[in-house]
Design a protein around this ligand. Structure first.
Ligand code: 3HC
Ligand code: NAI
Length: 697
């Protein structure tokens, strides 16, 4: 077997190269090799300096995440032992960075005496995104090198730092051009020539303003709410200002272990791998040809159409937006301009960049202007007849190779595909609101969507900076379909005795960004009401239906946009306030339908709402509407405000236990009948102690 770490000699310089594709992760074999090659190089008198680099496309991307289950038994030396050996080497060592130096990879680079890198290289300590903290000296060395104020956000947020910024911060000593090895070797030769000192970061003192940590904790309060690791990252950085290096390293490791053992880290690592799995589609191989998309079109410049146009402009793709008349067009484009202007005002976009993006968006009322677009997305009213008409016309004007897509949230993709006359080049692209902000894109596969169409839509998602998840064509697709029974039960619970604020609190405490009623007010009570009225037409008379939403919506309480919905809102505020008027409506409604309201426990609320959501997810899986359980988790983490530390609903199902959920669903079935039929697959896995995450159709 090829060696995963090699030592070669270039003149007086020993080059240690890690060769463990794809990302040179620090597996046990790599760790062993790193130590062994260092010892060999130190024992070789003709070697006067060393360069450490990565073979292939990158430096070292960090610890091998797949080994974390067996962190203490994976064999090979500990990373801290390796780092200490590199740092105390009597011969100078230069880390030469191309690609990415991440986590344990940057930590070993920080144990080297000097660091050089290409301008397009990136460095970072992203452990926090996995629910961890840098556990091999990163929290102790980086603040000593660049100061606690600069190190804190890098460690607690985990963002990557591009080469030039890394040089400016002092993480890199020099930017190099051309061949990374050649540049690093000449840098090392120069160190030898001038007998340069061995810079050991452990010997530096970290300085910080007294208020730094308290202020930073305040700054992180919202974004790190509910997360465990960011706070431990901050604690570790603070240690550098109070505690000697070796003691700091010991405490860092103890906290690293605490994170590693946490439920949050397990969930976040699951999300990391799930995000990589989601791009893999069994019958659409990676090398499926993708249609080029140089120009796009969007039909409808409302809430979604405007946001989708912004996605294209943000990605540098010219887009033509079509509306019914000039007035609607101007209104839509004005909203887009206002959104960009807001970002400019907040200092997150330059005026010049805004102008460049606005120039990429052209408006029209003439279908002929869409003739040169490669990818056309419809985002008109949610009415099948209107959509049919739009696709009839698009089918006529679009160029023969163009792909047509609908942003519908509930309607049948195949019915529209048939109308377009090109069902193989038809697909659903379900964006989430606000489309220019939300990362999720459900790509809805029609019965006849060709492989090239699917591959192109998935690639479009990537180009637009989205996480694209392929789902099947059914009412609500996957995300909204699962949400429907959750909202349904929440409304039943209002009838039975709860209030919106009690139900929402249960889910906010669980970790969701908001509960079902705050979400309803945000999306528009009228929107949910319209969908519910449509569903009632085909619902069996034997199934329970709540008409409470009618009473809210008929009073003009359409949510935030009307200043009142399930809550009330003070003028200009988005803060939902419990409303005695809603309580009155709810109590009176219960009386009218003859329900005696009773106290409802938080536990019942959680199970009554969340278990049907899980159950529906399992049904999506067994029907093939989602390819794998982890895809559903990605949908919820990126589109429904579920924090990564919960891992998604399917992950949570296994945390809670499939058997326990199944048994509770059966109990609810005895009490409430109707909707409470456990998914066949749930019964099967509960009986066999199987796992959703291993299940494939
Ligand atoms: N360990 C194990 N596998 C890894 C890995 C790691 N650290 N990083 C990436 N991989 C795997 C991916 O799962 C993927 O596998 P697959 O092909 O089977 O799906 C493959 O490598 C390629 O990864 P990507 O598809 O993500 O490739 P990209 O080129 O898009 O991105 C990357 C490369 C920027 C390195 C990205 O993979 C990444 O961010 N990796 C994680 C980096 C990280 O979090 N490092 C910290 C680890 S924890 C640590 O170091 C603890 C220490 O402090 C003690
Ligand atoms: P909207 O009402 O804000 O905008 C619709 C726009 O389409 C209007 O500007 C209207 O003038 C225009 N329009 C209507 N008929 C047209 C036609 N024949 N040709 C050209 N333009 C036409 O609606 P919204 O919210 O943007 O929704 C659009 C689509 O996106 C719907 O299918 C909806 O279900 C879906 N969707 C909506 C989400 C949301 O949160 N609002 C989320 C995801 C999908």
């Amino acid at each position: 077997m090829a060696e995963v770490v090699r030592l070669t000699k270039v003149g007086k310089v020993g080059v240690i190269a890690v060769d463990n594709p794809p990302v040179n992760a620090l597996s046990a074999a790599v760790r062993e090799g790193l130590l062994a090659k260092l010892h060999s190089a130190l024992a070789e008198p003709s070697i006067q300096a060393l360069v450490l680099l990565g073979a292939g496309r990158t430096f070292i991307a960090g610890a091998d995440i797949r080994e974390f289950d067996s962190f203490d038994s994976s064999g090979g030396p500990d990373l801290n032992e390796i780092n200490a050996a590199y740092e105390t080497s009597p011969k100078p060592i230069v880390a030469a960075i191309h690609g990415t130096a991440l986590g344990g990879g940057l930590e070993i680079a920080l144990a080297c005496h000097y660091r050089v890198g290409l301008a397009r290289a990136q460095v970072g300590l992203p452990e926090v995104k996995l629910g961890l903290l840098p556990g091999a000296g990163g929290t102790q060395r980086l603040p000593r090198l660049i100061g606690a104020a600069a190190a804190l956000p890098l460690i607690a947020r985990g963002n990557f730092v591009p080469g030039p910024k890394a040089k400016e911060l002092g993480i890199l000593d020099q930017l190099i051009e051309g061949d990374v090895q050649a540049g690093a070797v000449s840098f090392a030769e120069e160190l030898v020539a001038r007998n340069a000192p061995l810079k050991r970061i452990r010997d530096l003192a970290a300085k910080a303003e007294p208020r730094l940590f308290a202020d930073f904790r305040k700054e992180m309060a919202r974004e790190a709410k509910g997360f465990f690791a960011p706070w431990k990252c901050i604690d570790c950085v603070e240690l550098t200002t109070t505690t000697p290096f070796d003691e700091g390293l010991r405490r860092e490791r103890a906290l690293f272990r605490e994170c590693l053992a946490s439920k949050q880290a397990k969930a976040q690592i699951h999300v990391f791998f799930a995000e990589r799995e989601v791009a893999k589609i069994p019958d659409v191989p990676r090398d499926t040809p993708v249609q080029p998309f140089a120009k796009a079109a969007v039909v409808g410049a409302g809430t979604m159409g405007g946001g989708i146009a912004m996605c294209f402009a943000n990605a540098g793709i010219p887009v033509t937006v079509l509306e019914v008349n000039r007035e609607a067009l101007e209104r839509g484009l004005a909203v887009v301009a206002r959104n960009y202007a807001g970002t400019v005002a907040r200092g997150r976009l330059t005026q010049a960049e805004m102008d460049r993006r606005m120039a990429l968006i052209q408006g029209t009322t003439d279908y002929a202007a869409l003739a040169d677009a490669d990818f056309l997305i419809e985002a008109v009213f949610e009415e099948m007849e209107i959509k049919r008409e739009v696709f009839r016309r698009l089918g006529q004007v679009a160029k023969p190779t163009a792909i047509l897509a609908s942003n519908t949230s509930t309607l049948d993709i195949d019915a529209m595909a048939a109308e377009s006359g090109r069902p193989r080049q038809f697909i659903g692209t379900h964006f989430f609101s606000p489309a220019n902000v939300m990362r999720l894109l459900e790509v809805v596969r029609g019965a006849q969507s060709s492989r090239a169409t699917i591959a192109t839509a998935m690639e479009l998602g990537r180009k637009l900076g989205k996480v694209a998840v392929l789902v099947g064509n059914c009412d609500g697709f996957v995300g909204n379909r699962m949400l429907a029974p959750y909202v349904r039960e929440a409304e039943f619970l209002l009838e039975e005795g709860a209030l919106p604020q009690q139900i929402d609190k249960v889910f906010v405490e669980f970790g969701l960004a908001m509960g079902p009623f705050t979400m309803g007010d945000l999306a528009g009570v009228d929107v949910g009401w319209r969908i519910e009225k449509r569903r009632r037409q085909t619902r069996s008379k034997n199934l329970r239906t709540s008409y409470l939403v009618d009473k809210i919506a008929e009073r003009g309480r359409h949510g935030q946009k009307t200043g009142a919905g399930w809550y009330r809102y003070e003028s200009g505020s988005r803060q939902p306030l419990p409303d005695p008027e809603v309580e009155r409506i709810v109590v009176e409604h219960a009386r009218e339908i003859g329900l005696a309201r009773r106290p409802i426990s938080d536990e019942e609320i959680f199970k009554r709402c969340f278990y049907p959501l899980i159950n529906e997810g399992v049904k999506c899986l067994e029907e093939g509407m989602a390819i794998r359980a982890s895809d559903i988790d990605i949908i919820y983490v990126n589109g429904y405000g579920m924090p990564a530390y919960l891992g998604g609903p399917m992950w949570q199902a296994e945390v809670i236990g499939l058997r326990a959920i199944h048994d509770d669903i059966r109990r609810f079935q005895d009490r409430h009948g109707g909707y409470w039929e456990p998914a066949g697959l749930l019964s099967e896995l509960a009986a066999s102690s199987g796992r959703l995450r291993d299940w494939r159709r």
